[in-house]
Design a protein around this ligand. Structure first.
Ligand code: CP
Length: 323
């Protein structure tokens, strides 16, 4: 049984295989008829216990393009509001005969629990759990970087030597954790920039550098990934004023001009314009946020294809969640 729980579970070869398969999927998306029959007769359940726009819609688009039957479950409006547990929800799905489960949950470790509990006999794909992991986001980000910084014909290649700066609320960011793990595996050099109160304890164990000066690292970056400040996950004491945050850690046109000419600006979304990124930067040609969303469909098609329809092993047995 194979699952995709954490970017840390992927070897370099696993990750490159997913990126290469996503390139094939992206070519299909350019055709007038975008569907493949690969997952015809397979049922995939999208189990969303936490809000999502991009991830939920792009998994659904990917599943439909592979001809799977799709069941969408949102906790809001379900029997979860009556107190039903993850175990009972999972066993209800199992009784309906699902072939794979895509899960987003506010609790770090929920996808790992689902994958290892025995409650369900189907591959589990983590679509974001608490502050822990969001592996398909890291894969679509790596895919976007490889296309922009290495080239569309970069099959078999990784991101060796590319310098990636991740800026903002690292403490609460599963996107940052997943990206640090995957980018390190792919040979990139990662620097985190954050206010001291938004740097996780134990970050010195992570395979990356930490800086407190955005202006110093921008000229040395090939990609700059801005993170949203996750106020819904934090105590007010963590947070500088919005104006202070934007002044020190926000990306505006003046700061963007300090980046090398080839360098790109990334954001996983949702963006808070005027906080971590100005409208001028978000709408500029250097910002890949819309491209990242489009690439997300190709990456999710690749993951589903390799887990359910392909013959090559793509992902491995999950390791325990790191907090
Ligand atoms: N990037 C991302 O996970 O966005 P959503 O929360 O809208 O899915």
């Amino acid at each position: 049984k194979r699952h995709l729980i954490s970017a840390a579970d992927l070897t370099r070869d696993d990750a490159v295989l997913i990126l290469d398969t996503a390139e094939e999927m992206a070519r299909i998306a350019d055709r007038p008829i975008k569907k493949l029959p690969t997952l015809r007769g397979r049922t995939i359940c999208n189990l969303f216990f936490e809000d999502s726009t991009r991830t939920r819609i792009s998994f659904e688009a990917a599943e439909k393009r592979l001809s799977a039957d799709v069941i969408n479950f949102a906790a809001k409006g379900s029997s979860v509001s009556k107190g039903e547990s993850l175990k009972d929800t999972a066993q209800t799905l199992e009784a309906m005969g699902v072939d794979a489960v895509v899960i987003r949950h506010s609790a770090s470790g929920a996808p790992y629990r689902l994958a290892t509990s025995g409650w369900i006999d189907a591959p589990v794909i983590n679509a974001g759990d608490g502050t822990h992991q969001h592996p398909t986001q890291a894969l679509l980000d790596a895919f976007t970087m490889r296309r922009r910084l290495v080239g569309k014909d970069a099959l078999g290649q990784d991101l060796a030597g590319r310098r990636v700066t991740i800026v903002g609320d690292v403490l609460h960011s599963r996107v940052a954790r997943s990206n640090v793990d995957l980018l390190h595996t792919l040979g990139a050099e990662v620097t985190l920039v954050a206010p001291p109160t938004l740097v996780p304890v134990g970050v010195e164990q992570w395979p990356c550098e930490v800086s407190y000066s955005l202006d110093e690292v921008l000229p040395k970056s090939d990609a700059v990934m801005m993170l949203r400040v996750q106020r819904e996950r934090m105590n007010a004491a963590f947070f500088p004023t919005e104006r202070e945050y934007s002044r020190r850690y926000g990306l505006d046109g003046v700061r963007m001009a300090r980046m090398p000419e080839h360098a790109i600006v990334m954001h996983p979304g949702p963006m808070v314009r005027g906080m971590e990124i100005t409208a001028e930067v978000a709408d500029s040609d250097r910002c890949t946020v819309v491209e990242q969303v489009a690439n997300g469909v190709s990456i999710r098609m690749a993951v589903l294809y390799l887990l359910l329809g392909g013959s090559e092993p793509a992902v491995t047995t999950p390791s325990s969640p790191r907090t």
